[in-house]
Design a protein around this ligand. Sequence first.
Ligand code: TXA
Ligand code: MG
Length: 339
Amino acid sequence: MLNTEIKETLVLRLEDAMPLGSAEMLTKIEQGAACLRAGGTVIFPTETVYGLGAHALDPEATQKIYTAKGRPSDNPLIVHIHHRSLLEPLIKCLPEKALALMDAFWPGPLTLVFIKSDAVPLSVTGGLNTVAVRMPDHPIALALIEAAGVPVAAPSANLSGKPSPTKAAHVIADMMGRVDAIVTFGDVDYGIESTVLDVTEETPILLRPGSVTQEQIEAVIGPIDRDQTILEAFGHVAPRAPGMKYRHYAPNAKVFVVDQGMTTAVLNQHIANFEGAGDRVMVVDIADAVELGRVLFDQLRDADIHGYTVVLIRAVALEGVGLAVMNRLLKAASHQVLR
Ligand code: TXA
Ligand code: MG
């Protein structure tokens, strides 16, 4: 259920051209931090996507996140920290493999799932006995969490079911009047959400692929498992990351994946068929997976803004970041692939 209460949203505009650490920037970050400390909701940029944050150890504050997003409350939140000293109080034990991954990839787009300590409310973890933690690689996110002085729970700052926000304009469009403050800082770096890895088992399990790739993780800790639902339509097996089961990233337009090897002639025939049926067709044909990841959610939002009814997006190879991009793309397309 979406709440209908309209909040007064404080917009704290930081430009990416603004010198880091300038007095204006510090003042605005302190305003956002004070809001977090007081139990309010604050949207902030990270290197992956914009996040919708609240004091992670304050159940009333984190409840506001679910209300603002219209998100089911069995879907656990990622807890963001700016320094490793904030991790220990949140978890029961720190496995050696997790430590090696933190050395290699933190701060960065890798979320680790640990057994939670009693300090972490079940309302943050969707009732699970585990907690997901990450240290974002973004100067504003790190400064905001540090200034708040508390761990910050934050899902992507989109309305539930919409593509994750990668630009300030996206969070303004989705969230004005729903949160206490929005800190803007231009576009994000990666455009797809962090890799989520469960490190509670001897062999860690990839729950959500992201910009830290399976290959990069395995180079540090050896072979890992992969949740089998990552590239499959969800049937009888429930994904282990609860958030992965929801319809996601979907614009109003119908999205189709275009097979990687499809010739231009065949693609043009598909376009003609859709247009013959009255559709307005948008084509996204970007061979580089990193670049496609960066623009994918923005393109999906653009399709609706410009009134396209069909979006055809060329598949990329399932290696490296391509796994993450194809995971998001197949979900947006409800697994419909044109060949
Ligand atoms: O890049 C990101 O991770 C962004 C930025 C804001 O940090 N955040 C983000 O959060 O994508 P969200 O809530 O949209 O996605 C979190 C994912 C969901 O699929 C959720 O189910 C999974 O992580 N997750 C969180 N806690 C978990 C846990 N304890 N066990 C398994 N999966 C968990
Ligand atoms: Mg999300």
